[in-house]
Design a protein around this ligand. Structure first.
Ligand code: SAM
Length: 238
């Protein structure tokens, strides 16, 4: 491991099933699919287990964005960095001059920073603790012309697991409309990581006049884990 920093109290590296809280045991049993370097000391808060993008999916998304981002875009902003699943994958591609990772929960951000060190990519990433909408408007506004935004928001609200079609209007705490409006004021080039059952009509609503918006499902073992909607001229059809 890169250093001997101390984990905040809500951050853990569980190495034995007996220490793992019951509601994350299922996630822990898949820990190497989530972070292949788990045993090198990966940190997570108990809540972060539920939201982290598994490494193979994060790698696929990072490859797609790197290959198909519009010309002239050299900055990748991960607006909801969490424990770093996607951020690390973006940095590993070597495509970006800089990766900016924003996370409002300080303990979770510390996990992202620590996990990026384990993967040897922390030097390519600038970490921001705070609200992504504010950070985009304030600290990062000058980078807008060069940036692509990736966002994996929380999928809270009614129905994520039970509804056949997930309603993006009632997604909490940020609806699709809120995300789209906030991000498009900064950069039209964005990829949003959303539940696999997301309402396609709602996704299409924001693609008006943008013939190249596209949905890609990301699958593991023959099952869709989630989808990304790409808005703003990603070269996703070739
Ligand atoms: C689904 S998780 C992201 C997981 C991440 N992609 C990963 O692979 O580890 C969503 C994260 O967004 C953070 N978050 C929620 N609202 C935020 C905001 N307004 N600005 C920045 N981060 C926020 C939450 O604390 C949570 O860690």
């Amino acid at each position: 491991m890169a250093d001997e920093e101390k984990a905040p109290p809500e951050v853990h590296h569980y190495s034995d099933l007996q220490e793992v809280p019951w509601d994350i045991q299922n996630y822990w049993s898949q820990r190497y699919r989530i972070f292949s370097k788990y045993d090198e000391g990966v940190w997570l808060t108990d809540d972060a287990w539920f939201g982290v993008t598994p490494e193979p999916v994060a790698n696929q998304i990072a490859a797609h964005i790197a290959e198909r981002a519009p010309a002239g875009r050299s900055i990748l902003i991960d607006a909801f960095a969490g424990a770093g699943g996607n951020t690390i994958a973006f940095a590993k591609t070597g495509k970006w001059k800089r990766v900016y990772a924003i996370e409002k929960n300080p303990a979770v951000l510390q996990c992202a920073r620590h996990n990026a060190k384990i993967y040897g990519v922390d030097k390519q990433i600038t970490f921001f603790e705070g609200d992504c909408f504010q950070v985009l408007k304030n600290q990062l506004k000058d980078l807008a012309p060069y940036s692509v935004i990736f966002a994996s928001p929380p999928w809270g609200g009614p129905g994520y697991r039970s509804d056949e079609v997930f309603n993006l209007k009632t997604m909490e705490p940020y609806s699709l409309e809120t995300l789209y409006k906030e991000y498009s004021a900064f950069s039209e080039h964005m990829a949003l990581y959303l539940p696999r059952t997301s309402d396609v009509k709602q996704l299409a609503k924001f693609a008006r006049g943008d013939s190249k918006a596209a949905v890609i499902h990301y699958c593991m073992e023959g099952h869709s884990k989630a989808l990304c909607i790409y808005y703003g001229g990603f070269n996703v059809q070739s």
